[in-house]
Design a protein around this ligand. Structure first.
Ligand SMILES: O=C(O)c1ccccc1NCC(=O)[C@H](O)[C@H](O)COP(=O)(O)O
Length: 248
């Protein structure tokens, strides 16, 4: 049983259960997102996970070529690329994941509302190096078992949390890389103060990712003071890809 869900989150999860199995065989190695983040930090640069997102339920939309975008992000030093594959609300697709993961040689994260092992099979077969697991939409048992299932493919999942309660669940489930989303998934409101509060409670042996609503270098520097190791940025890079140079 998934947790009690309302509004569009209920629809997005129902849709996730019906995603088809993709018949492909993985033909590339797995790149570790955690290792890549540590390496970029050692080089005194900001590890930016650049997101390929064409639309979102909060009204965002951008029409950008996935190959050009991914190449520019890699060339500019992004630590990884996050690819939205959710089709109904984000206009994502498995095709974008396959194309991008076969274009770049940096880790690629499958960003979706993962609730089934089949979605993880697809992520692996399509060339993803990590997947997102959102605590808000999973029970504790599901979170634990999906983490283990992803690891059976050597995909270390980015576990997304909202607050301290979800942090406890993520830590209990053994997450090694945790993202704190500043965007409330139901109201879409951005709250960076909550992110700072939660980030500083994450143990330093866990990789801490600040997610959503990041538009400037000043914000990144501020989030670093609270322990952020990496930054997941979608909208502002989709609108203006060259901005990545100033953020790194
Ligand atoms: O992007 C949205 O508007 C959104 C709305 C509701 C649920 C999730 C949503 N986005 C998923 C994400 O986590 C973001 O795409 C990602 O963190 C990047 O955020 P941003 O830089 O603000 O585009």
């Amino acid at each position: 049983m998934v947790r009690f869900l309302t509004g569009w989150l209920k629809d997005v999860v129902n849709n996730a259960y019906s995603r088809p199995y993709v018949h492909k065989i993985r033909d590339k190695p797995v790149f570790s997102l955690i290792d890549a983040i540590r390496k970029v930090k050692e080089e005194n640069k900001n590890p930016i996970i650049a997101e390929y997102k064409r639309a979102s339920p909060s009204g965002f939309s951008a029409d950008r070529d996935p190959i050009e975008y991914a190449k520019e992000m890699e060339r500019s030093g992004a630590v990884g690329i996050s690819v939205l594959t959710e089709d109904k609300f984000f206009s994502g697709s498995y095709d974008y994941l396959f194309i991008i993961s076969h274009t770049v040689k940096i880790p690629v994260l499958m960003k979706d509302f993962v609730v089934t092992e089949r979605q993880i099979d697809n992520a692996y077969n399509l060339g993803a190096d990590s997947i997102l697991l959102i605590v808000r939409i999973l029970t504790e048992r599901e979170l634990e078992s999906l983490i283990l299932y992803a690891r059976s493919y050597r995909l270390e999942p980015l576990v997304e949390i909202f607050d301290e309660n979800e942090l406890e669940m993520a830590l209990n489930a053994g997450a090694k890389i945790i993202g704190v989303n500043s965007r409330d998934l139901l109201t879409f409101a951005i709250d960076q103060e909550r992110v700072k509060r939660v980030l500083r409670k994450i143990p330093s042996n866990v990789i801490r990712v600040a997610e959503s609503g990041i538009t400037s270098k000043e914000q990144i520097e501020e989030l670093k003071k609270y322990g952020a190791d990496a930054f997941l940025i979608g909208s502002s890079l989709m609108k203006e890809p060259s901005k990545i140079k100033e953020l790194i």
